[in-house]
Design a protein around this ligand. Structure first.
Ligand code: ADP
Ligand code: MG
Length: 648
């Protein structure tokens, strides 16, 4: 294409930018010289441009894997505004729309295609990509690939395999936060050489960092004082959804223009809050970590952590949203040890029991028919007592070990209602099609307006499932019916030999145990970080393997001479032995009615107040003993349960 043209010229011609930002030109030159690369730049510093510009100089398609639909759509609009052929393939599209995109990719009109990682699970998508020449695979938010990272997404682990399977020569990984371990882990998985890791300075001279040791009781007055001292926009981070509501209410009651934001709110309300914050109609957003990705407001003047963040990585990303305009911004953590047990218990709740893993493996062997195993995540999660995220991790591990392989997914249930009356709808089609549609409608059970398609009987009557789904999709696209699809079924191929290896379950169990320990270590490193007696800015940079930072910044609480010592304001008491016995007895009685046995793990989680699929399913939260040990360390509860020989 435009080979030989200086990159700077291309930058201004295509994007209208006058100069490169740090790291961009090095990354792009490396890629164009054919070297797989990893770029680590802070949020907002222009990582996307590295692939956007490179894509224009590479001969074939650039395939971008991105974690969030909204982010993909933003990028595509940006590229289209620069007259660059870009599109997404995503689940919101109709069959026609996605076919048009695939056509554009085949013809070369589309240079940049953005997809979610889940798309790769679809064998047909992989088949499509196999037929296309792909120059480069880009993985945005690439730290999701590392189990040692803070936002591990199991499906990302399969990307190195897909890259090989699809023969994609070049790869670019993008992330804002990676410790040395995560960095090397990512590079190794994609065969990136150390000299091709481009990392720009992490240090932000305009961020003023403070750690304040505050008792639970003093948090609200402290928070009010901090917020009142500020004019500009700010974010207050909390751990739980109900806290977001509560703290926002308290701020409002004190005359502060604040609003809550969390994943429990309706989509449109969330969008409104975000828009009003962007437009300065709301001064303070009180948010869970759901608020962040995609929030691109340059003049955020303060970020306050009302509760402990989940990790140093989370802390760094969350404060990184402040002061993007380069002006002073204040970042304060209101810290104590009261919440530590809660944060730790989240981690313990994610580790499957050995018996749960055993159950899943046995299901794979029993349920497979002709080497195919159909899974619905929710029921499997309930039956195995493994949380959804951990179950996904388990399935990916089984894939990596070669025990199973993802084939495709489909929706098990379809229901629809007529928008146009049936006779008028049918009259629009020729007689063959009419006959087929009539066959579908005959196998649909209507209750008032909505009808559920009985796929099984339809297929038994001789109809082809895929053709029926395509027909319903078509009617929906034409606005003739309103169609809803439910219950996603994942289909895996099974390798019996690998899946029945005797050591498999133990290996998987140890994998999860190691992960648990790594997560716990992450929490204790964070606590140590908050109590440091040396410059916070410098140590934050060191944590991310960046030494381009002054050894004392002069704008953090430690440099101001205030070393934080975190305390526990409410020391929790363990209920006495008789009370514990009574609680566990009541739980056993409750469950015995259903003739169900309980494991020791479940008892510990029940007492600690950690929800698992089993605990939700049998409504154990309603019992008086649930969470009676909340606030105590998990190990302490486990010791007690052992000592009293509960549940054996
Ligand atoms: P990141 O992914 O690193 O958080 P983005 O790629 O979203 O950041 O870029 C942030 C903003 O910076 C975007 O609006 C982008 O257009 C802009 N940008 C990127 N590179 C440059 C540049 N060289 N000059 C000016 N603006 C740039
Ligand atoms: Mg980005």
């Amino acid at each position: 294409m435009e080979h030989g043209q200086p990159l700077l010229e291309s930058l201004s011609q295509h994007f209208g930018f006058a100069s490169f930002r740090p790291g961009q030109s090095q990354t792009i030159s490396q890629l164009l010289a054919g070297h797989a690369s990893l770029a680590i730049f802070p949020t907002g510093s222009g990582k996307s441009l590295c692939y956007q510009l490179s894509a224009l100089h590479l001969p074939h398609l650039t395939l971008v894997v991105s974690p969030l639909l909204a982010l993909m759509q933003d990028q595509v609009l940006f590229l289209q505004s620069k007259n660059i052929g870009a599109a997404t393939l995503d689940s919101s599209q109709s069959t026609q729309q996605s076919q048009a995109v695939m056509q554009g990719v085949r013809s070369g009109e589309i240079k940049i295609l953005m997809v979610s990682v889940e798309r790769f699970k679809n064998e047909r998508f992989r088949e499509f990509i196999r037929q296309i020449n792909v120059s480069m695979m880009v993985v945005d938010e690439a730290h999701c690939i590392s189990e040692w990272g803070h936002n591990f997404r199991p499906d990302y682990l399969k990307l190195p395999d897909y890259r090989k399977e699809l023969n994609i020569p070049l790869v670019l990984l993008l992330t804002a936060t990676a410790t040395k371990k995560v960095k090397l882990d990512m590079a190794k998985r994609f065969d990136i050489l150390p000299q091709h890791i481009v990392q720009t300075g992490f240090y932000r001279p305009n961020l003023d960092l403070s750690i304040m040791s505050v008792s639970e009781h003093d948090k609200l007055p402290q928070l009010l004082q901090l917020v009142r001292a500020q004019r500009g926009a700010g974010i207050v981070y909390v751990t739980l959804q109900q806290q977001a509501e509560q703290v926002a209410k308290q701020l409002k009651a004190s005359g502060i223009n604040a609003s809550a934001y969390h994943a429990g709110l309706k989509d449109d309300l969330r969008t409104t809050v975000q828009q009003q914050f962007m437009a300065n109609q709301i001064q303070v957003v009180v948010a869970t970590i759901a608020f962040g990705m995609g929030v691109d407001k340059a003049d955020i003047r303060f970020v306050i952590h009302h509760d402990l963040p989940k990790s140093i990585e989370n802390y760094s990303q969350e404060i990184g949203r402040a002061g993007r305009d380069g002006e002073l911004a204040k970042c304060t953590v209101l810290a104590n040890l009261d919440g530590v047990a809660t944060v730790e218990n989240f981690v313990y709740g994610d580790t499957p029991e050995r018996s749960g893993i055993e159950y899943v493996v046995a299901q794979g062997l029993q349920e497979q028919v002709n080497g195919k195993w159909e899974i619905q995540e929710l029921p499997l999660s309930k039956a195995s007592n493994i949380r959804i995220l951990a179950l996904k991790t388990l399935l990916v591990q089984l894939e990596i070990l070669g025990a199973i392989s993802a084939k495709y997914a489909y929706y098990a249930d379809f229901r629809f209602k007529f928008v146009t009356i049936e006779s008028k709808l049918l009259s629009q089609f020729d007689s063959t099609r009419q006959a087929f549609l009539k066959q579908i409608f005959a196998h649909t059970q209507f209750k008032k307006v909505w009808g559920t398609v009985d796929m099984q009987s339809l297929v038994q009557s001789g109809a082809d499932r895929q053709r029926a789904v395509a027909a319903l999709d078509y009617l929906h696209q034409q606005g003739l019916i309103e169609l809803e699809s439910k219950r996603m079924v994942q289909v895996y191929g099974v390798n019996q030999q690998v899946l029945s290896q005797p050591e498999l379950v133990d290996n998987l169990y140890h994998y999860f145990k190691d992960k648990e320990q790594a997560e716990l270590k992450r929490i204790s490193s964070m606590l140590r970080f908050f109590e440091l007696s040396k410059c916070l800015s410098a140590n934050l940079a060191y944590y991310f393997d960046d030494s381009q930072v002054p050894s004392s910044c002069g704008h953090c609480s430690v440099c101001r001479g205030q070393v934080a010592k975190l305390t526990q304001s409410n020391v929790r008491q363990m209920p006495d032995d008789d009370a514990l016995r009574a609680y566990v007895f009541a739980m056993q009685k409750h469950l015995r009615q259903g003739d169900i046995t309980i494991s020791k793990d479940t008892i510990i989680r029940f007492l600690a107040g950690v929800t698992t699929p089993f605990i939700s399913q049998y409504k154990l939260k309603q019992l008086p003993g649930f969470a009676c040990c909340e606030g105590l360390r998990f190990m302490q509860i486990a010791d007690k349960v052992n000592q009293l020989a509960l549940g054996v």
